[in-house]
Design a protein around this ligand. Sequence first.
Ligand SMILES: *[C@@H]1O[C@H](CO)[C@@H](O)[C@H](O)[C@H]1NC(C)=O
Length: 405
Amino acid sequence: MMMKWVLRKKAMLIIGLVHLLSLLQFSLFTNAILDPHDFLALQSIRNALEDMPGSDFFSTWDFTAEPCDFAGVYCDGDRVIALNLGDPRAGSPGLTGRLDPAIGKLSALAEFTVVPGRIIGALPETLSQLNNLRFLAVSRNFISGGIPASLGQLRALRTLDLSYNQLNGSIPQSVAGLPALSNVILGHNRLSGSVPTFASQTLTRLDLKHNALSGSLSPTSLPPSLQYLSLSWNQLTGPVDRLLTRLNQLNYLDLSLNRFTGNIPGDLFTFPISNLQLQRNSFYGPIQPVDQVTITTVDLSYNRLSGQISPMFSSVQNLYLNNNRFSGHVPGSLVDRLLAASIQILYLQHNFLTGIEIDPTAEIPVSSSLCLQYNCMVPPVQTPCPLKAGKEKTRPTGQCIEWKG
Ligand SMILES: *[C@@H]1O[C@H](CO)[C@@H](O)[C@H](O)[C@H]1NC(C)=O
């Protein structure tokens, strides 16, 4: 009798405790008992990944507790709205494993990021089910395969950063056509094919550098909202003058290391650009800025540009015009600005220039570099040139006569 009573008392105590705990839980997470679909999806995502040695991101991921409290998991009510996988502190070794297709079940997800690490495998097609996704950033991992064309269903997507992976194939037109894109960063992959037409009129940053993109760009393939454009290190061809004339909001432009041809439009130099990198292409013709150029760095080296050097370039700080076909005299205003140390780099080597007005005893400020080597004149001043300029001070006369003729 006594024994039974004690047991019953104990049982009641336990039931009471459980009841109290659930009440407590109810009051602490009023509406944050995670949706079971999201709970299962997080478990699958977790099981496909591991911390790299030295990372302990998943130490808080104990599925007997409330997942909304896990590191990198952010909920709104009973749904996961943001998932930031990996320890975001600089130098964290990141995660290894794969991205599980269950990610597509987190249907309220607005933001998905993964820190740099060693994640392999493909981007799950199921990402395309995330109707609310606005921010997708999985850069500096080892993601391979193509960019799924089905990502073109992510109508809310604003930022897409898949840079520094091993993605191949082409950039799907469906993705480029997304209406809300503002930042697209796909640089340092193995993407091939042509640059598709980007439709978003709010696209401000497009970075496709270091890929294997080829073909030419249509004059209307990029929107005038662009402020940052890098297409450097690809195999792109054809003219870009009509395209560039429209992109008058640009403040950074890097088209270097391609095979672009045609003219560089004079209006480009009136855009609010701080850094203009057009080197190592096949641009030709004269360059005629319509006004004083206030861009800090202008690199037009290694092209086929010709004609006289415009005095409008005298307000540039770093001016690379070397390895072109410029001829005539170097404008006096450039020399003045160089001697006043407001031009810091003036590289004119490997052209067909015939003269420069500079006092042979003039002191070139220590902070400034002038290189005149391999032109159609004997440099009146001895200045250190970059090693690549070679040792020959003057272009062979034969070439110069031929040029003048
Ligand atoms: C992309 O790379 C994979 C290997 O990772 C290869 O099987 C596939 O053929 C490549 N696709 C393209 C379009 O190059």
